[in-house]
Design a protein around this ligand. Structure first.
Ligand code: 4AD
Ligand code: MG
Length: 486
């Protein structure tokens, strides 16, 4: 027989639902607030298992003063107590503490996360501790559920997850926005007789970089396994300090053999709707909290700038509407004739066919014109990557961008050029070194087939689902220009 039976910790998400009154429980967590009244202290304890706190009642006659004086916001505790029905509003039960152990002290004068509302800016500067707020607890739980849902969606449809390399020698998007990977002493790299840097001496015997997309390798796998997806970290050294760009983000890239651009659009629409539905079904409590946060934020805005829909109404709105599918050419006509163009409300007015669309244009189409998600197809080949399927008109490619309210582009994809001659001709035109991409071209040499795929920016999805306004807040440790703390 065991002498000291060590009781198992109960998660607070479970505890708060329990009606097992009279039972003895052990809870552990971090103190959110302490309130003292007469002879008792009320302690709200959170362990991240949900938004809900355990309500701990510490009677001064049971818990000694030395312990009580050490309990502050941020202190970690282990509490043994009796579960009793709560008379207070907002909770089923509370724990009448019989024993409290301080696991880790937290100096109230030094702890940055006080029991009040902090600005998002302040929380970014304290990203190491912001997990301990209601807001970042909610965001990170939703983030987990979305990751899981993505794997589930593809697994249920018979897709295989493929790990594509993080270090590569190619630039899939051809934008040259890459972080270099080298083991050279940058002050003294080996040089050729011509005094150029001798990359053949570097770790991989060539110049390498962090991947901007797993697509090229994903295509190789799809042209054997038929349906694959990647879900990996993606790196872009674009110096755009916006609320929608990260230097390090996560991208989901399905690639499907025997599928054309229409199949690709269907898959993208099905996936987005599935993920939004999954969030509504599995993150109800956190979404309700995020929704309330938005409602409070909106109250501070002038009436005409307030959103007519709540967060969950916006999510349901995506489920209830078929995405509008139009061509780039049609979109340019709409934009040219739009009141925003005529009244000079665009920072970048649309000049002519061929112009790249800015997020203000994308949002105009979605939020003002169609009032639903839009899939734009058949972009001018000049503004898209080399691998896209060339349309018979000689001017456009079978690209597809999915545009969302608030976000603009959430997905970018295309049917791929499967014809070897057309592909190599286009690569020459765009100065893409075909020799070093022999492996990619081999799939077009040997058993090429029609195939398509796309990339979903995971943090852009997170922006939409959580209603957060800045991409730095939907990834735990954002990497942006001049910022790699933590
Ligand atoms: O449109 P992009 O550049 O497409 C590709 O990389 C293709 N190779 C995908 C494919 O066809 N397999 O990027 C895809 C998506 C964008 O629509 C956007 O959601 C996201 O990735 N994205 C970013 N998200 C955060 N920060 C950035 N800097 C991003 N750049 C792209
Ligand atoms: Mg794109």
């Amino acid at each position: 027989r065991k002498k000291n039976k060590i009781m198992k910790r109960i998660k607070i998400s479970e505890l708060t639902n329990s009606e097992d009154f009279g039972s003895e429980v052990v809870v552990m967590g971090w103190v959110r607030t302490v309130r003292v009244s007469k002879n008792v202290a009320f302690i709200a304890l959170n362990d991240g298992s949900s938004l809900r706190n355990a309500q701990i009642v510490a009677d001064f006659s049971t818990i000694n003063e030395d312990i009580l004086s050490r309990i502050h916001t941020g202190t970690s505790l282990s509490v043994v107590g009796k579960l009793v029905e709560s008379m207070g509003k907002g909770q089923k039960n509370e724990v009448q503490a019989t024993k409290i152990e301080v696991l880790g002290d937290s100096d109230p004068d030094l702890y940055p996360m006080q029991a009040k509302r902090h600005s998002l800016e302040f929380l970014r500067e304290n990203a190491h501790l912001r997990f301990r707020t209601n807001l970042f607890g909610a965001i990170n739980r939703v983030r987990h559920h979305m990751i899981f849902a993505i794997h589930k969606f593809f697994n249920d449809r018979g897709f295989y997850n493929v790990h594509t390399p993080i270090i590569t020698a190619s630039d899939c998007e051809g934008a040259g926005e890459m972080f270099q990977v080298t083991t050279f002493d940058i002050n003294n790299p080996p040089r050729t007789p011509e005094k150029e840097i001798d990359w053949s001496e570097d770790f991989f015997g060539r110049q390498t970089n962090l991947t901007v997309s797993g697509q090229l390798e994903g295509e190789l796998a799809a042209l054997a396994l038929s349906q694959i997806y990647t879900f990996g970290p993606t790196f872009r050294a674009e110096n755009s300090n916006t609320s929608r760009h990260l230097a390090e983000f996560w991208m989901i890239e399905p690639e499907v053999a025997f599928a054309d651009i229409h199949d690709n659009m269907d898959l993208a629409e099905d996936m987005l709707k599935y993920l939004v539905q999954y969030a509504l079904d599995n993150c109800a409590e956190d979404l309700e909290f995020l929704e309330q946060r938005l409602i409070n934020e909106e109250k501070e805005k002038p009436q005409n700038e307030r959103s007519a829909m709540t967060l969950r109404e916006k999510l349901r709105f995506v489920l209830d509407n078929k995405f509008e599918r139009i061509t780039y050419t049609e979109a340019i006509e709409i934009l040219k004739n739009s009141p925003d163009q005529k009244k000079n409300r665009f920072a970048y007015p649309i000049k002519e066919w061929g112009a790249d669309l800015q997020s203000e244009h994308e949002r105009y189409l979605v939020e003002k014109h169609f009032k639903k998600p839009v899939i734009l197809t058949d972009y001018p080949k000049e503004i898209k990557a080399f691998y896209m399927k060339q349309n018979p008109d000689g001017k456009t490619v079978a690209a597809m961008d999915v545009l969302f309210p608030q976000i603009g582009e959430i997905i970018g994809g295309s049917q791929r050029e499967e014809d070897l001659d057309k592909l190599t001709t286009r690569m020459k035109e765009m100065n893409i070194p075909a020799e070093s991409m022999w492996w990619y071209l081999d799939t077009r040499r040997f058993g090429t087939v029609v195939h398509s795929g796309y990339g979903l920016g995971f943090e852009r999805l997170m922006l939409f689902v959580t209603g957060m306004g800045n991409i730095r807040d939907v990834i735990p440790f954002p990497r942006t220009p001049k910022n790699a703390e933590f």
